[in-house]
Design a protein around this ligand. Structure first.
Ligand SMILES: Cc1cc2nc3c(=O)[nH]c(=O)nc-3n(C[C@H](O)[C@H](O)[C@H](O)COP(=O)(O)OP(=O)(O)OC[C@H]3O[C@@H](n4cnc5c(N)ncnc54)[C@H](O)[C@@H]3O)c2cc1C
Length: 455
């Protein structure tokens, strides 16, 4: 058995920990079953956004009509859009492989690791032991137990990347961010898309009024069924039939499509690690339990990123990795602070948010809300953006920003000043006292904060 100062399982955010540990001259083992680099560059953020960018351009061309521009879209080369993405993935892969092979003091174990004892992991037929262990093994698609699904076959966020031909029609089971992002992409490519969502609105983590506008906007380009559960999947000619039931009135119907995509959420990869063999506890959904220092229930074992299920975004995972590495390798502990971690949904329209929703904020705070439409600021009017809006949630007494939500063009860019303000104290003057360019979209943020509905 080989002993290490640190073992890191997972080469996504785990790579940050590897770098930090190596910079302390530690002997480090990295375990990963592949693809190297983890979900974000191979199966998640990067490939999806490479696909979505051309989709945005297509919808923009279609929407230019409102500005008096009539452009004709003559051809969309699905294969080259997919291949550009795959080429970039292959390039990333070889960069990471190359970088890892050059790191001194690092042994890379390619394979699926699992605990066989305290602080001991078996991987690729070998056993390795670590003084400190960092579990950064991520998550994978959750596949619901729908009758017929396994035998018919389905796409996920992983297999959709291998498509060579554009499907003529697709039923997406799940109206969360993966479902709406891929729905947007494929609808723009020309696929007839249907999204099924069990709940009464899309993107449940967002504000209800954002879900409502998203449904209205996407509903112009695809079919969306809310309160609808897929009960069975079966062959239908050369395609598939999805038997669905309306959860409110019990009516059933069959939807036909060439393919199905499952996007109902993620599950932790903690089970693959058999963490129970080392005494690391998981919660009832299978995510690894951590405290505010990202320590697990077992001393010197840390869990970061999707595997702990706290906030399942790359930038959150990376921050957690930095905090855990600090706590393991330095004196003095840092707490993981989630209060200003933003996120974005690259649907069309785009969504971005930071902090609490109105419902969450109202539990412990007396809150006031402020709203502004893109059209209320000069640049938004110039863009003829009549639907998008921002919503601010502010503590009545302290005037601190508790949450901020945007739906509309460039939302993921616009949210950043709110993130920075929240991180530096969060008083709304952090934003209001900064002079904003006129006319430019960030005036939307200022306006939402100056429109607080005091009652
Ligand atoms: C379609 C999609 C789009 C997304 N878009 C965005 C986005 O735009 N922005 C954003 O911030 N986030 C996005 N995310 C989420 C983001 O990808 C994840 O939050 C992030 O990649 C998690 O990083 P991680 O390091 O925790 O895990 P991962 O990056 O998944 O790394 C875990 C690694 O561990 C390996 N592994 C797992 N189990 C074992 C084992 N037992 N032994 C050995 N190796 C193992 C895996 O193979 C993997 O390489 C998206 C996710 C999806 C699915």
């Amino acid at each position: 058995m080989k002993n290490y100062d640190a073992i890191v399982v997972g080469s996504g955010c785990g790579m940050l920990i590897v770098d930090e540990a190596l910079s302390h001259d530690l002997k480090v083992a990295l375990v990963d079953k592949g693809p190297l680099g983890g979900t974000c560059p191979n199966l998640g953020c990067i490939p999806s956004k490479m696909l979505i960018y051309p989709a945005d351009r297509i919808v923009e061309i279609e929407e230019d009509r409102k500005l008096g521009i009539e452009a004709k879209l003559t051809r969309v080369d699905f294969q080259s859009i997919m291949e550009r993405m795959r080429k970039s993935m292959r390039k990333n892969q070889s960069h990471i492989r190359e970088a890892i092979s050059q790191l001194k003091n690092l042994d890379f174990y390619k394979g699926k690791g699992h605990f066989v004892g305290e602080y001991t992991i078996s991987v690729a037929g070998k056993e390795i032991r670590g003084e400190k262990i960092f579990l950064a093994s991520g998550s994978r698609p959750f596949i619901p137990p729908i009758k017929g699904l396994e035998s018919i076959g389905y796409l996920t966020n992983e297999t959709v990347l291998g498509l060579k031909e554009r499907p003529d029609s697709l039923v997406i089971i799940g109206g969360g961010y993966v479902g709406v992002e891929y729905g947007h992409f494929l609808a723009a490519m020309g696929t007839r898309v249907t999204i099924l969502e069990m709940a009464d609105r899309l993107v449940l983590a967002e504000e209800p009024e954002i879900s409502a506008l998203l449904k209205k906007a996407l509903g112009r380009r695809m079919e969306i069924y809310l309160n609808t559960q897929a009960e069975e999947v079966r062959q239908n000619g050369s395609g598939v039939g999805v038997l669905v039931k309306n959860r409110k009135n019990g009516t059933q119907r069959e939807l036909k499509a060439q393919k199905i995509m499952v996007a109902v959420g993620r599950r932790s990869n903690a089970d693959l690690l058999k963490v129970e063999n080392t005494g690391v506890e998981t919660d009832k959904r299978g995510f690894i339990k951590v405290n505010e220092y990202l320590e697990t229930s077992k001393k010197n074992i840390f869990a970061v990123g999707d595997v702990n299920g706290q906030q399942m975004f790359t930038h959150a995972a990376n921050r957690e990795a930095a905090v855990a590495a600090h706590n393991a390798l330095h004196d003095g502990k840092l707490k993981m602070d989630y209060h200003a971690i933003p996120h974005a949904v690259y649907s069309y329209p785009q969504i971005a948010a930071v902090g609490l929703t109105e419902e969450q904020a109202s539990v412990n705070h007396d809150v006031v809300m402020g709203r502004a439409r893109y059209f209320d600021v000069a640049k938004g009017e110039a863009m003829m953006e009549k639907e998008g809006f921002a919503k601010a949630i502010v503590a009545r007494d302290s005037r601190k920003i508790l949450g901020f939500h945007i739906i509309g063009p460039y939302a993921p860019i616009l949210i950043q000043e709110v993130v920075n303000a929240m991180q530096s104290g969060g008083h709304l003057n952090e934003i209001n006292e900064g002079i904003h360019i006129h006319p430019a979209l960030p005036e939307l943020i200022q306006l939402a904060l100056s429109n607080l509905e005091e009652s």
